[in-house]
Write a protein that binds this ligand. Structure first.
Ligand SMILES: [Mg+2]
Length: 252
């Protein structure tokens, strides 16, 4: 399947920021009632989770509780219900993440040596050594079923066969990309929207959708530019200066 199981502490919740802010050890936090409920989210993490949902992944939270601390179970669940209510039916509290998933699934965890993560049946994505959401979102975009469908539809709409054309058009006939536009474009769907209905990928009111040249949060959907796709299909790789990225900071 296309399920993404996400660890909580260190992936979505900033456990260490809370520890530093309150001058507590990890063990002290685990014993403190309400601590897990008061922890901040890692900047950008909530938007990243919603981006995964928008990309078509079935997102689950898979969190390991401190052993023998019952209030931590409820505090973690309450945090998810408050911050990510769209996942209210997708909460797994377990000491054994190796039990989860199948070969087509993903597990994001910042402590892959714990909770039997190494036995996860799908792909283990290690949030270690500086690897975090920016890199993970790039990874997931390349595997997004929603984006794959969009690319396939675009290719169909443009009349582009997957196979190389028998003969390439003369240079003068090739589509010329617009070099004044950014190479990659993300649609920014209302970041405040709560995706209660996971089947609703796009807001009914499209006036809330803007675009940006880089992902900045919210339910982002990468769009393939038709002019670049057409040019790539007909041009000689690599290093064609006509496809050089355009630096831009513009957002609508
Ligand atoms: Mg963790």
């Amino acid at each position: 399947m296309n399920r993404a199981f996400l660890d909580l502490d260190g992936v979505i919740v900033d456990f260490h920021a809370y520890m530093r802010a309150h001058g507590l050890t990890g063990d002290e936090i685990k014993r403190q009632v309400g601590a897990y409920l008061d922890m901040p989210a890692i900047p950008g993490a909530l938007a990243a989770v919603r981006s995964l949902i928008g990309m078509g992944f079935e997102v689950w939270i898979a969190t390991k509780p401190p052993t023998g601390v019952p209030h931590a179970y409820s505090d973690k669940a309450a945090w998810i219900l408050r911050e990510l209510p769209e996942l209210k039916r997708r909460i797994i509290v377990t000491h054994d993440k190796g039990l989860l998933g199948d070969s087509g699934d993903y597990l994001c965890d910042d402590r892959p040596h714990k909770a039997n993560c190494e036995q996860f049946k799908g792909t283990l994505i290690r949030f270690v050594d500086g690897y975090h959401w920016p890199q993970a979102l790039d990874y997931f975009r390349a595997r997004s079923p929603v984006l794959a469908k969009q690319r396939a539809k675009l290719a169909t709409d443009q009349g582009l066969a997957v196979s190389v054309p028998a003969s390439k058009p003369e240079a003068a006939e090739r589509p010329s990309p617009d070099r004044s536009a950014p190479e990659r474009i993300w649609l920014q769907v209302d970041s405040n929207r709560r995706t209660e209905d996971l089947d609703e990928r796009f807001p009914a009111n499209a006036s809330h959708v803007t675009w940006c040249a880089h992902p900045v949060g919210g339910l982002e959907i990468e769009y393939v530019r038709a002019d670049l796709a057409a040019h790539t299909a007909f041009s000689d790789p690599p290093g064609d200066p006509a496809t050089a990225p355009v630096e831009t900071s513009h957002c609508t």
